[in-house]
Design a protein around this ligand. Structure first.
Ligand SMILES: Cc1cc2nc3c(=O)[nH]c(=O)nc-3n(C[C@H](O)[C@H](O)[C@H](O)COP(=O)(O)OP(=O)(O)OC[C@H]3O[C@@H](n4cnc5c(N)ncnc54)[C@H](O)[C@@H]3O)c2cc1C
Length: 501
């Protein structure tokens, strides 16, 4: 990582359109808040970034111990135009590592065996992941009528209706687990996977939609419906609502030293603006401006600013002292569910794992009734994740369907995870490395009826001029979405400040 000694290097005069005298408080130094603060500062706004914990990055955290690199949260993400622009601005191009091409191979567990997810029409015909009946059902997808009734529909209902129950169980369910640690029975199709939802709305079927949007021939489109739908779903959740980027190839990336490289570079560019260990406890409005009270017990300080960006998880609003107008509108927002997840990175001697680990990892459908939701073959995905002669595997446990599993202590968790790894990928010995991270509230669930939350977010902002809400509960949960969300909110704040001055 190249530290940015002086952020003025990257500020063009055209960007400094809000006037340096306007002040903004950004609350929360996860990727969303860091990007919002970075963009605001780039545009000449006087920013203070408050972070409750002692470090930046929020869910993004990397540690390296005994040669093993463990990602505590996200392991990789898909780039988009805004992400690529940010990487260039931060001069991180040389630190980027693209996922090994074998990452295209994603294993799904069926009846205790790993089956490569089919990625071509020919593979779809021959795969043993789906029964003949399921394959025939996929072929019928173009003939399935569009849903007659309006209103929200769960992911499970949408997929069952269009592609059949087996595709739900062995394709969509594991991908939903991987992206949201969620339950397809409760997640909303339109909010969790808006682009796929739109394909049916606009083209009548997923096959027709994929054909129209990609210019494929009909047979290929039909055969590929399942693969494309799940790939779309992955990519969509990883880049929903980001600006269209025709010239940019989406890349699955991390950094040589892990995901924290990105947040550290942002932090370095924000020198002087950051207040670590400084939770914001109170917000109130005073003569058109905002008073922010922040700090630990006994040491809280007030500061008056022109605008506030709340870039915390939604539930944080519940613990804060807020004016009545804000409390009233925020009530729905703060009820967004975030189920717990544990990540467990295990290191093994290479010879103690029978499987080739030649892919992205394995996803485990709920119907297989295992302890782990999925496992990434981390040291196959990116270089230098494990010392020579060793491998690193990152397992995810818990989520919306097994929250109690995420809360188990490290010893029990390792024991349970090892049972699965021994049976599924032939792990023989004991791990030589283990890093367990528990996320009590991991990823927001865009459940059926989520429009009410989105409306409440909009109403909160309307009723409280100068207050902005951003984060992974608003426009998508992926790191790429959060980058876009931080950039968009900064743009809106700059417009507000310009109007107000
Ligand atoms: C285990 C896990 C795995 C994931 N895997 C992937 C992946 O592989 N790819 C991908 O693209 N995405 C992944 N995600 C999702 C993605 O990492 C997150 O959605 C994203 O990082 C959230 O960023 P954020 O800034 O919106 O929120 P957060 O990261 O939650 O940051 C919010 C910040 O606000 C701070 N805060 C809270 N209260 C206050 C307060 N009162 N005052 C001041 N500060 C406060 C918090 O301490 C925190 O630092 C994963 C998430 C998790 C948890």
């Amino acid at each position: 990582m190249r530290a940015l000694a002086d952020h003025r290097d990257i500020v063009s005069s055209a960007d400094t359109d809000a006037g340096g005298h306007r002040s903004v408080a950004v609350v929360g130094a996860g990727i969303t808040g860091l990007v919002a603060a970075y963009e605001l500062r780039r545009r000449g706004v006087n920013v203070t970034l408050y972070e409750a914990s002692g470090h930046t990055g929020g869910s993004i955290r990397t540690s390296r111990t005994d040669g093993f690199l463990a990602e505590h949260g996200p392991n990789s993400f898909v780039t988009s135009a805004p992400v690529e622009a940010l990487i260039t601005q931060l001069d991180l191009q040389d630190d980027v590592v693209e996922a090994n091409p074998s990452a295209n191979r994603r294993y799904i567990v069926r009846d205790g065996l790993l089956r490569a997810f089919p990625t071509t029409p020919a593979a779809m015909l021959t795969t043993r992941l789906f029964s003949l009946r399921a394959k025939l059902r996929v072929l019928l997808e173009p003939l399935v009528r569009r849903r007659a009734t309006d209103g929200d529909e769960s992911v499970a209902s949408f997929v069952r209706r269009r592609l059949g129950p087996e595709v739900l169980d062995y394709a969509v369910d594991p991908f939903v687990s991987a992206i949201f640690a969620g339950d397809p029975e409760t997640l909303s199709m339109v909010h969790a996977f808006p682009r796929l939802f739109e394909l049916e709305q606009q083209h009548g079927s997923l096959s027709a939609g994929l054909m129209a949007t990609r210019g494929r021939i009909p047979t290929a489109a039909t055969h590929e419906a399942t693969h494309e739908a799940t790939n779309e779903a992955t990519h969509e959740a990883e880049s929903a609502e980001t600006a269209p980027a025709p010239a940019t190839r989406a890349r699955l990336i991390s950094f040589v030293d892990g995901m924290q490289t990105l947040t550290e570079a942002l932090e370095a560019s924000l020198a002087g603006t950051l207040r670590l260990g400084c939770p914001v406890r109170l917000l109130h409005r005073d003569e058109g401006r905002w008073v922010v009270e922040a700090g630990q017990d006994g040491g809280a300080r007030s500061r008056t600013v022109d605008a506030v960006v709340m870039a915390t998880p939604a539930h944080v609003l519940a613990a804060m002292e807020l004016p009545a107008a804000l409390r009233k509108h925020a009530a729905l927002v703060e009820r967004v569910e975030y189920p717990p997840v544990s990540t467990l990175t295990l290191g093994f001697e290479r010879e103690d794992v029978a499987h080739a680990l030649d892919g992205f990892g394995m996803l485990i459908p709920a119907t297989e009734k295992r302890s782990i939701l999925g496992a990434l073959f981390s040291s196959s995905l990116f270089p230098e994740r494990a010392p020579d002669g060793h491998v690193a595997i990152t397992c995810f446990v818990g989520g919306a369907r097994m929250p109690e599993r995420a809360r188990e202590d490290t010893d029990l968790l390792v024991e349970r995870v090892l049972i699965d790894l021994r049976q599924l990928i032939g792990v023989r010995g004991e791990p030589v490395f283990a890093k367990h991270v528990y996320w009590p509230r991991a990823i927001p669930q865009y459940t059926v009826g989520y429009q009410a939350v989105k409306n409440a977010v909009d109403e909160t902002e309307l009723a409280n001029p100068g207050l902005y809400l951003a984060g992974n509960y608003r426009n998508g949960v992926s790191v790429g979405d959060c980058v876009a969300s931080g950039q968009q909110i900064a743009q809106r704040v700059v417009s507000y400040l310009t109007r107000a001055s």
